[in-house]
Design a protein around this ligand. Structure first.
Ligand code: SF4
Ligand code: SF4
Length: 346
């Protein structure tokens, strides 16, 4: 690293932590992504000093270091890995947090039964995923924080394969998901929609503002960590259960949740912010099941196949949904899969 920038500030943690931001200016391209994505405007691009021999139009600097709270969004977005955010004195802001006990055995048994029913009746390939958002200051489940930085959607994809992950803001790699889920403030250029135009995701700023306006988000820093695990081994009481499935399996899930009520669903899908908004936050905030087709981000950053989609089920609908699924599994699902209405082919 050629230049150090020191940052001293308070994170939203029980323990004050000072941070130092190091930019490797030899490697830095001056792209400005760190400036654009820092949610609290710590970083700004500057003109190179006359004495600097680097032939670059702009270089980053920590201009408001006292505001830094160590979320590492800047480091996660830097395309050339030129940023390190270092907690001073080796202090770990999560070190002294109270540890939450795992859910009681009876609860885990119920989740395992749900997972087995979902897998057996639907023929799911992947584990259903338990999602918990840990509110600020709440005890944290006894899970390791991963070394790698992942997008929220990547963590869901890892959990469907059997991995349990707890990720505070500084382990999240996607600024959209991190701020939408309330782990950080929303960077100004994301809130204004400007970045979606820059990355050619929407036609104009009006369209971008409408997309941002129509999606829910949690208050900034209201959530300390996201926790995902296979439902059968839920590390914390889930708020939403996510199911990666084929369209036909999603159809049966919708029918299962309506089996006793006949309710026709109004779904909210857009192709933007699939896992954070459509699979997690909408079921959490509306109490309704929702279906997502995925988004460009999660399809570009995970191994999810083109034919998979996602269903988010709020915890309070699980019991009814599982009961409905068992009923449909007795006859309707088998008959449909046997194509009983297909006329004989000549
Ligand atoms: S993005 Fe986060 S870690 Fe980076 S400078 Fe801003 S507040 Fe600090
Ligand atoms: S994101 Fe990385 S490459 Fe771009 S200006 Fe910041 S430090 Fe330099």
């Amino acid at each position: 690293m050629s230049i150090d920038q020191s940052a001293r500030g308070l994170g939203n943690t029980p323990e004050a932590v000072d941070y130092r931001i190091e930019f490797d200016l030899q490697v830095c391209t001056g792209c400005g992504l760190c400036e654009a994505f820092c949610p609290v405007d710590v970083i700004a691009l500057r003109e190179p000093d006359p004495g600097e021999t680097l032939e670059k139009a702009a270089l980053p600097a920590a201009v408001a270091p006292e505001l830094c709270w160590g979320c590492e969004t800047c480091a996660g977005q830097c395309p050339v890995h030129a940023i390190k955010v270092l907690a001073q004195g080796g202090r770990d802001p999560f070190k002294n947090r109270a540890v939450a006990p795992p859910p009681p055995a009876a609860e885990i048994k119920r989740y395992a039964l749900w997972a087995a029913t979902l897998k057996e009746v639907l023929g799911l390939r992947w584990e259903p995923v338990a999602i918990s958002l840990i509110s600020a200051g709440e005890p944290l489940p006894d899970l390791p924080i991963p070394e790698e930085r992942l997008r929220y959607c990547q963590s869901l994809m890892a959990a469907r394969r059997g991995r349990s992950l707890m990720m505070p803001a500084n382990r999240h790699a996607c600024p959209d998901g991190t701020s939408i889920l309330g782990l950080t403030a929303m960077p100004a250029k994301l809130a204004s929609g400007e970045l979606y135009i820059l990355f050619h995701k929407l036609h104009d700023i009006e369209a971008a503002q409408r997309m941002v306006h129509e999606r829910p988000s949690l208050p900034e820093r209201s959530i300390d960590a996201t926790v995902v695990s296979p439902l059968a081994q839920a590390a914390a009481t889930p708020q939403v259960i996510a199911v990666a499935c084929l369209p036909e399996q999603a159809m049966w899930l919708l029918m299962s949740s309506s089996y006793y009520s006949g309710h026709r669903h109004t779904l909210h899908a857009s192709g933007y912010n699939a896992q954070c908004v459509e699979t997690t936050l909408l079921p959490l905030t509306t109490g309704e099941i929702n279906v997502s087709f995925g988004c460009y981000g999660c399809r570009a950053s995970s191994d999810v196949s083109d034919d998979l989609m996602f269903v988010g089920i709020p915890l309070q609908l699980m019991e009814t949904t599982i009961k409905g699924l068992r009923e449909l599994g007795k006859k309707a699902i088998g008959q449909s899969r046997a194509k009983i209405y297909l006329p004989p082919m000549a």
